[in-house]
Design a protein around this ligand. Structure first.
Ligand SMILES: Nc1nc2c(ncn2[C@@H]2O[C@H](COP(=O)(O)OP(=O)(O)OP(=O)(O)O)[C@@H](O)[C@H]2O)c(=O)[nH]1
Length: 718
């Protein structure tokens, strides 16, 4: 808390004005001014500080409509002699012409102008600032006090160089407060930043020995209402060299209508007298002088540099402008550093996204993505947990709420789908998390995954981030007095109050939300590519199964399931083909039909299984003794038909004997003595149908059976 150090000397600009006024109408004007009560000048509500004087001109800069009561001190012309006169009389023709031409196109001068006056026999340089406000022009005049031995330019340049070398916001702010204090000689220089709720946080401080620091303290938004902050972002500078210096009245020319007087808004002046709010703020610090310079970013007032002293601090416009130059340089540097930090972050996210997109072909599922990139993403987004809800499936990585809660969160977010990211650092208090187990997660950044089902989300979770806020005064108490009743004293006791903030996560930055939205788009892309890959794989699997089923079907249609050789249907086809060929080419062929002898006994004695095994062996052995171009098929039961293409009767007989021999050599474990077969060989005749041909082979086979079995007969003579 700042400590008082006693009151300082009176402000040096305060001199006795020359004008005399009615004390009833101008009670705040020092007594010396009230010696001419008959002087009927209309009062205005505007008061200025006595360190300069002010003129209000008409739009064409041809008349002085109003002026502060102290013009005599600075312009060598008492107020009553100026009202209604031409400004050129007091400002000179050249300066008035310059003002006129600059303010023709612009609202404000591009830079201050200067004026020289001889006051009390001494040449005095004055700084002139002017701006348009509606139909009037406000001109402020301040003396440029010599700075003695101070080499202001050199000092400013040194600080500008140091600011340009700062690499982090913290070092920049530290350099800024040190530089501004060095130039202005205030006792304390601070940087305040306004957070999202309008509270001011002291981020940097440079102060004289013996003063208590306020670094890190927070000032409630009610200390500096939003409307004031907005105005300050435009005005940019507030200077109060001496809070206790008596304000000077601004007087109006009698012919100026009351309506015009009422419309005059000179709140943009540097010289305007301190408001009650500013008085209270300075009282809190036991201070009596102030200089505030706004730090304005693209989205408005980011913060301000505030200098205060417990004693009056003369602040000639040159020093004020020098401090302003430092702040303006630091502002540019601050947003540059921030932009660089953000683009570094975005670049890292982009690199991760590039890797992810390369995985499109790999068909990485959401769970696979979290496994592969989860660690990187958590570190990039300063989070502890990640979840992906996609097509009803939930994948989680790191410290997240239970899957059930994630599903409920996704359902709660569903109506927001397509509206962009949803972020909270107080998840526990969000209606959508009501009653859910959160496993200590306090921050959630959820981005919708673009897609057909409009239900997908990428979620980032942050843990609880305990913080202690040190408030300069109790915020609730301030809120109570922010709209005081008339006459109520705005002053409050200045003391710090510690607020322990629990149950919240670290707030999400806008750039993090944007990066998460971009990442979500890629996650959705890879997830849908993975879905397509999965469907394709399924389709390929199904196609393979279908092909196998077709093969099996084809096999079943043409092959005998027990022996694996052709079945009757297929060997009949082969017979038909061979018959057609033989007819066409007049080429002979013969058909050996073989039947296992006493096969029933094998079944009866050794069992059906053994019978089957024997059939398989016989089919295999017989196939083995056939030529490549011959075909064999199971005709039924223990009967087999061979089609021996191009074979004559003799060839057929030789083949049949080879077959018979092969069968007689078949032996299996259960039937070591083996079996024999009887074979009937039919030879093609030109008039043959399939039926006739096979019937002759069958007859020949029966002849072999009846002839004693284990022998071959032909159809000769049949
Ligand atoms: N294990 C097995 N037996 C079969 C199969 N198909 C037919 N059989 C049997 O084969 C036997 C054929 O018997 P039979 O027609 O009496 O002829 P056989 O016992 O071989 O006597 P002959 O032909 O006169 O030498 C029957 O017992 C059928 O049940 C089969 O796929 N597996």
């Amino acid at each position: 808390m700042p400590q008082g150090r006693g009151s300082g000397p009176q402000f040096f600009f305060m001199r006795e004005p020359q004008l005399t006024l009615n004390p009833d109408r101008f009670p705040e004007v020092p007594d010396a001014l009230h010696s001419r009560p008959e002087y009927p000048l209309p009062d205005t509500s505007l008061r200025i500080q006595p360190c300069g004087c002010l003129l209000v001109l008409d739009s064409a800069l041809s008349r002085i409509l109003q002026c502060s009561a102290n013009t005599g001190l600075f312009l060598n012309a008492p107020a009553e002699t100026l009202l209604g006169e031409q400004p050129a009389q007091v400002l000179g023709r050249r300066l008035t012409g310059k003002l006129r031409s600059e303010l023709r196109a612009n609202e404000r001068l591009s830079g201050p102008l200067s004026l020289q006056k001889e006051i009390d026999g001494r040449k005095t340089r004055l700084q002139v600032n002017a701006f348009r406000s509606g139909t009037i022009v406000v001109v402020e005049v301040e003396p440029i006090t010599p700075l003695g031995n101070r080499r202001l330019m050199g000092t400013v340049n040194q600080w500008l160089t140091r600011l340009s070398r700062a690499e982090t916001p913290d070092s920049l702010m530290d350099t800024l407060v040190t530089g501004v204090r060095d130039i202005t000689r205030f006792e304390r220089a601070l940087v305040f930043h306004f957070d999202g709720e309008g509270h001011g946080v002291c981020l940097a401080e440079n102060l004289a020995k013996g003063l208590s620091p306020v670094l890190g303290q927070r000032f409630a938004a009610s200390d500096y209402p939003a409307e004031q902050r907005e105005k300050f972002a435009v005005r940019e500078v507030r200077s109060i060299p001496d809070l206790n210096a008596a304000p000077v009245t601004v007087l109006s020319w009698q012919t100026v209508s009351e309506a015009t007087v009422a419309r005059i808004d000179a709140s943009g002046t540097v010289l305007r007298a301190p408001s009650r709010r500013q008085r209270n703020f300075l009282d809190d610090f036991n201070a009596c002088s102030l200089l505030s310079i706004a730090i304005v970013g693209q989205s408005g007032l980011w913060g301000m540099v505030t200098c205060i002293s417990e004693t009056p601090t003369p602040l000639p416009p040159t020093l004020r402008d020098a401090a302003r130059t430092l702040v303006s340089m630091a502002t540019q540097r601050l947003f540059l550093i921030k932009a660089r930090m953000e683009s570094r972050f975005l670049l890292q996210v982009q690199e991760s996204r590039d890797c992810l997109v390369e995985d499109v072909r790999a068909g990485l599922s959401p769970a696979g993505m979290l496994d592969k990139y989860g660690k990187d993403w958590l570190s990039l987004f300063r989070s502890d947990g990640l979840a992906c809800v996609n097509r009803g499936e939930i994948s989680a990585y790191g410290a997240t709420p239970p899957l059930k809660s994630i599903a409920r969160l996704a359902r709660g977010l569903a109506h927001r789908h397509g509206q962009g990211a949803w972020a909270s650092s107080r998840l526990r208090h969000a209606p959508l998390a009501k009653g859910l187990a959160l496993n200590g997660c306090c921050g959630l950044l959820a981005v919708p995954l673009p897609g057909d089902d409009a239900q997908g989300w990428l979620m980032l979770f942050r843990p609880e981030h305990d913080r202690s806020f040190y408030w300069a005064g109790r915020p609730e108490a301030d809120a109570l007095i922010s709209t005081p009743a008339p006459g109520q004293d705005l002053h409050r006791t200045f003391r710090t109050w510690q607020e322990e903030v629990r149950g919240t996560g670290e707030p999400w930055k806008p750039v993090e939300c944007q990066a998460a939205v971009d990442l979500g788009e890629d996650v959705a892309l890879v997830a849908s590519a993975s879905e397509i890959t999965r469907l394709n794989q399924m389709l390929r699997g199904e196609q393979q199964a279908l092909a196998m089923a077709n093969d099996k079907l084809r096999e079943a249609v043409s092959h005998d399931s027990l022996t694996g050789i052709w079945n009757r249907y297929r060997i009949e086809q082969e017979l038909d083909k061979e018959l057609a060929k033989a007819r066409r080419q007049k080429s002979p062929f013969c058909v050996p039909l073989l039947d296992i002898d006493h096969f029933k006994q094998v079944n009866d004695n050794q069992g059906h299984e053994t019978g089957d095994e024997l059939l398989r062996h016989i089919a295999c052995e017989v196939t083995g003794v056939l030529r490549q171009e011959d075909a064999i098929g199971r005709w039924g039961g223990e009967e087999f038909v061979v089609v021996s293409t191009g074979a004559s009767r003799v060839d057929g007989l030789i083949l049949a004997e080879r077959i018979r021999k092969a069968i007689s050599e078949v032996s299996i474990k259960q039937l070591p003595e083996g079996v024999t077969a009887s074979i009937g060989v039919a030879t093609w005749r030109p008039e043959d149908s399939r039926k006739e041909l096979v019937a002759r082979a069958d007859k020949a086979m029966y002849a072999a059976k009846t002839g004693g079995r284990n022998r071959t007969e032909t159809d000769q003579g049949l």
